[in-house]
Design a protein around this ligand. Structure first.
Ligand code: PEP
Length: 257
């Protein structure tokens, strides 16, 4: 599919996970903002967002201000405030300068036991705070081996997205669990099949579903980004490891068709 056939502006999102102190986070964000300011969003052909650890959000908000680089968080609590030690609400993230928040990353689903219901509640909280929810879903290695990929993705999509999801307030990231941080990537045909199904679901369940941004995530690197980003219904990437190096992340962003 060429860029002309695809009216959706891609999104390249960097998930820094639990990486970064103030100095290296500021250097990485500063370098990306500098490149983006110089190149401008037209040269990029995509929107850019970085999702650093929560400790860096307010400092990086100042660094990327007035640049095409937006700020996102990696998680939020479903409630706006209250007795929830250690948690951060979506409203607080918005106050810290975020425009996006990732919810339902497989590391949260697996390591923190987050169910589809929890993920949906977090996405609703994100919307209430005016944030774009980046809802992650994807099958495990065992589910893939059992031929369950499309069924799992279908179930997660239906259960994890709020009823009020629209192309403006929601992004969906298809991240096969077995591809995250492993260097393994599904075939082009496998990604295309999942994204075609996601598009069909989006058309039926999401406001302006034709324009819902469907990201692929899982071992996206400078060397495979162009091929992945050219797949029909792939409207960007959620990037983990390769988002920690400005040159790699920039090359991925420049690979958008
Ligand atoms: C992720 O954590 O969302 C991710 C896709 O990681 P990586 O790019 O390192 O596989």
């Amino acid at each position: 599919m060429s860029a002309d056939d695809n009216p959706v502006r891609p999104l390249i999102a960097g998930n820094w996970k639990m990486h970064g102190r103030r100095a290296d986070g500021a250097a990485l964000a500063g370098e990306l903002a500098r490149r983006a300011r110089r190149g401008g969003s037209a040269e990029l052909r995509c929107d850019l967002v970085i999702c650093p650890p929560a400790t860096l959000l307010t400092a990086l908000a100042d660094i990327v201000a007035d640049s095409p680089v937006a700020l996102g968080a990696q998680d939020c609590h479903p409630l706006a405030s209250g007795a929830h030690t250690g948690d951060i609400s979506a409203a607080m993230l918005a106050d810290a300068g975020c425009r996006y928040v990732i919810v339902g990353h497989s590391e949260r689903r697996t390591l923190h036991g987050e169910t589809d219901d929890v993920v949906r509640a977090k996405a609703e909280a994100a919307h209430a705070a005016g944030l774009v929810a980046v809802v992650c879903l994807g099958e495990t290695e065992a589910q893939r081996a059992g031929g369950e990929t499309l069924a799992v993705v279908d179930r997660q999509f239906r259960a994890s997205l709020p009823k009020a999801a629209t192309a403006a307030n929601t992004v969906v990231a298809y991240e096969p669990v077995w591809a995250i941080g492993t260097g393994k990537v599904p075939t082009t045909a496998e990604i295309a099949a999942v994204h075609a199904q996601l598009r069909t679901l989006a058309r039926g369940r999401v406001g302006e579903g034709e324009r819902l941004r469907l990201l692929y995530g899982g071992s996206v690197k400078p060397g495979n980004a162009a091929e992945i980003l050219a797949i029909a219904n792939v409207n960007g990437a959620l990037v983990g490891g390769a988002s920690l190096e400005a040159g790699d992340f920039w090359t991925i962003a420049r690979s958008c068709p």
